[in-house]
Design a binder for this molecule. Structure first.
Ligand SMILES: [Zn+2]
Length: 326
């Protein structure tokens, strides 16, 4: 019930666009919500209204960021620093556009600096160049997300565990890879409130569709958050912070890996015996909303198959996957 008491509204009452653009989640720490209920390609952003006016990520619409700043008697040009949780387009988002206006610092993790700096670097970390669906993906991005195709001026990198002071508030980087190699959550003034980023607690579950994504690392990262026992978890893709049953929500999110693995094994036994056939089912996405998503479905399937082969549950013979009968 705490969620209701804090924000005065339950998530079920909130329509897709009918919610306030920002809420203060801790003193001077504001959640700037993404459009469309913060679903990809939108994402939430944090605004720390402190001595150093700081954004964490820049993936909610510029309009939502601007109107939040305006409500707090600021404007885009006042932003002094942007801290990025990882290199993805829905997180680095409008950081380059903001830098052009505010000339602010841009700080990211060193492991994926290349993916923040340039679009080509991002493509390399995605690992999709030459893939069957690569040109479909590229034309989709250039039509819809021109703002992420330019260069970003990374001014420095942060260090895992070393607090970034905003004045009264500290952001503590917690490197939790798996979703991507650089994926970093941020404890706010400790570990009781954590910006969970893309350990996002959505019903979809974990996403690990890049070359630099790793299932085992992702599982360990979720377990690390469970061990930290936060009482508030802020997702990049849910408009309300999670206050109730976080432990169970994290465990449910973690179980999705096992559910997908089971589905893959079932599908192989039914004759979907190649990555291509499994992806047409589809197995990870409940449905494929656009052709560009096949590339990520296939990447995630490949990662599962690799694990299933290395632990002897699946074998490949003449290009066909088979369940290992022991
Ligand atoms: Zn991401």
């Amino acid at each position: 019930m705490r969620q209701r008491e804090l924000f005065g509204i339950t998530p079920i009452q909130i329509a897709m666009s009918d919610y306030s653009k920002h809420i203060e989640i801790l003193p001077n720490v504001h959640l700037v919500r993404g459009e469309n209920a913060a679903r990809f390609p939108e994402a939430n952003t944090l605004l720390i209204d402190d001595e150093i006016l700081t954004l964490v990520d820049a993936g909610s619409s510029l309009q939502n960021i601007s109107s939040t700043l305006k409500d707090l008697n600021h404007e885009i040009s006042d932003i002094q620093r942007i801290v990025l949780t990882h290199f993805h387009i829905d997180h680095k988002g409008y950081a380059a556009d903001i830098q052009k206006i505010a000339n602010c610092e841009l700080i990211c993790h060193s492991l994926a600096e290349i993916g923040v700096r340039t679009f080509q670097g991002l493509i390399e970390l995605y690992g999709i160049e030459g893939h069957k669906y690569y040109t479909t993906w590229q034309s989709y991005i250039s039509q819809r997300f021109g703002h992420v195709m330019g260069n970003y001026n990374v001014t420095s990198t942060f260090t895992d565990g070393k607090p970034i002071s905003c004045g009264e508030n500290d952001l503590i980087p917690i490197h939790l890879p798996g979703h991507t190699i650089d994926h970093t959550c941020f404890g706010i003034n400790g570990y009781d409130t954590i910006f969970l980023t893309d350990i996002d607690l959505t019903n979809f579950g974990p996403w690990y569709g890049n070359k630099v994504s790793d299932i085992e690392d992702f599982k360990k990262s979720v377990e690390r958050v469970i061990d930290l026992r936060p009482s508030m978890g802020i997702s990049s893709h849910l408009i309300d912070p999670v206050l109730d049953d976080i432990d169970e929500r994290l465990r449910k999110f973690r179980r999705v890996f096992d559910e997908r693995e089971k589905r893959i094994l079932d599908n192989i036994s039914k004759g979907y015996d190649t990555i291509e056939k499994l992806s047409q089912k589809p197995t990870i996405y409940p449905r494929i909303p656009k052709d560009v998503y096949f590339v990520f479905e296939m990447f995630m399937l490949e990662k599962h198959i690799h694990i299933l082969e290395s632990n002897g549950k699946v074998v490949e013979e003449s290009g066909h996957l088979m369940i290992e009968k022991r």
